[in-house]
Design a protein around this ligand. Structure first.
Ligand code: AKB
Length: 318
C-alpha cells in the first residue's frame, strides 16, 4: 500500500519542515498539509493543502476519506508559555486533537499515528541531569500535564486497541524557516535573529539555565526514523526520550560571539524562567538510540553556523 500522509498543524515550526521533507521523500501528492490558517509561501506552493481544525473530528475524517490517508502526523499544539496564559484552551486543544486522531486509528480509518510529546512531561522533582526514560514525572505546566496525559493515552490505545502510535519527547527545537509559537525554549531561536538584526539580545532566561535542545534537521530525522522503524523495534508506546545537546543562554551567546564578535547579551528573566527551572537540563535517550538507531548530527557550533547563514540569506532577500 502506498503511503498517503496527512499532517495536522502543518504550518507550525515543526509541521512546515516535516511536510517539506516528506514531500521531498515521497512526492508532493502523497503528503496533505492541513492547518487552521495558511502557512508560508514555500509550504503552500509545495503540494495539496486543506483547512482543518484539529478539534473537529468530522473535518479530519473527511480529509482522510478524500485522500485515502493511512498515516497522520498530529503537530497542532499549544506550547508551554502560551499554555500558561490560556490553560483551558491548551488542555482542550492538546487533548481533544489527540483523541480525534487516536479514535480515527482505533476505528481503522488510519494505520499509523505520530504524536509529539516533550521534555515538558518532566517536573521539578525529576532528576535534572541525564533524565532517564522511566523516572518521576510530575509536570507543573498545563502543557506538560497535557503531554503526560497524552502519553498515557497513546500507550493505552496501543495496548487496548492495537493503535500503531509513535512518539518522541522533543527538546527545544532550533530552526530558521518558520518561527516557533509560544514555547519556553524559543529564546534559542530569537537570539540568532537579534544577533543579526541588532547585535544584542535580552534573554528572558537567566544565563545559567541549561536546557536540552536540538536542530530541526535532527528533529525531522528522528521523527521519520521512528515512523519508518519496523513496529517491533518501537518498544515504547508512550513516548521516547530524545536528545542532542544541552546549553545555557551564556553558552549559546559565547558561541554566537565566535561568528559575531561584537554580539552582546543581557538577562532579564520573566515568567518563563520558572517553567525552564522545572525542566531537565539533559536527557538520557539511550533507549531511542538502541531501539531504532537514533543519532544526532548537529552540535552547537554546527547549529550556529547554519542558523546565522540561513537567517542572513533570509534577511538579505527581504
Ligand atoms: C516549549 O518550550 O514549550 C517547547 C517544548 C520544549 O516542548 N519547545
Amino acid at each position: 500500500m502506498d503511503k498517503s500522509i496527512l499532517i495536522i498543524g502543518a504550518c507550525g515550526q515543526i509541521g512546515t519542515e516535516l511536510t517539506l521533507k516528506l514531500r521531498e521523500n515521497l512526492g508532493k501528492n502523497a503528503v496533505i498539509a492541513s492547518d487552521i490558517s495558511e502557512g508560508s509561501e514555500e509550504l503552500m506552493q509545495s503540494g495539496p493543502f486543506e483547512f482543518i481544525n484539529a478539534l473537529d473530528y468530522n473535518q479530519i475524517a473527511a480529509v482522510i476519506d478524500k485522500y485515502a490517508i493511512n498515516e497522520v502526523y498530529l503537530m497542532a499544539a499549544m506550547l508551554s508559555a502560551t499554555g500558561e496564559k490560556f490553560p483551558a484552551k491548551a488542555w482542550e486543544l492538546n487533548m481533544n486533537s489527540l483523541f480525534n486522531v487516536l479514535n480515527l486509528a482505533k476505528e481503522g480509518k488510519i494505520k499509523k499515528v505520530f504524536w509529539p510529546s516533550s521534555i515538558a512531561v518532566f517536573g521539578p522533582t525529576t532528576p535534572k541531569e541525564n533524565t532517564p526514560q522511566q523516572t518521576v514525572m510530575a509536570p507543573t505546566t498545563v502543557y506538560g500535564i497535557s503531554k503526560l496525559a497524552g502519553e498515557r493515552w497513546c500507550e493505552y490505545y496501543f495496548n487496548k486497541f492495537g493503535v500503531d502510535v509513535r512518539s518522541v519527547r522533543y527538546p527545544g527545537i532550533i530552526s530558521w524557516k518558520t518561527s516557533p509559537g509560544g514555547g519556553t525554549t524559543d529564546y534559542a531561536i530569537e537570539i540568532y535573529h537579534k544577533a543579526l538584526q541588532d547585535g544584542n539580545y535580552d534573554s528572558f532566561l537567566n544565563k545559567d539555565t541549561k536546557l536540552p535542545m536540538m536542530y530541526m534537521d535532527d528533529a525531522i530525522d528522528a521523527t521519520l526514523k521512528i515512523m519508518n522503524a519496523p513496529a517491533e523495534q518501537v518498544k515504547i508506546r508512550s513516548s521516547y526520550n530524545l536528545a542532542a545537546i544541552s546549553f545555557t543562554p551564556k553558552e549559546i551567546a559565547d558561541e554566537i560571539k565566535n561568528f559575531i564578535p561584537k554580539f552582546d547579551i543581557s538577562y532579564h528573566s520573566d515568567f518563563r524562567q520558572s517553567i525552564a527551572d522545572s525542566w531537565p537540563s539533559s536527557i538520557d535517550d539511550s533507549q531511542a538510540r538502541k531501539d531504532w538507531g537514533w543519532k544526532h548530527q548537529f552540535d552547537l557550533e554546527k547549529i550556529s553556523d547554519s542558523m546565522l547563514k540561513n537567517l542572513q540569506i533570509k534577511y538579505d532577500a527581504l
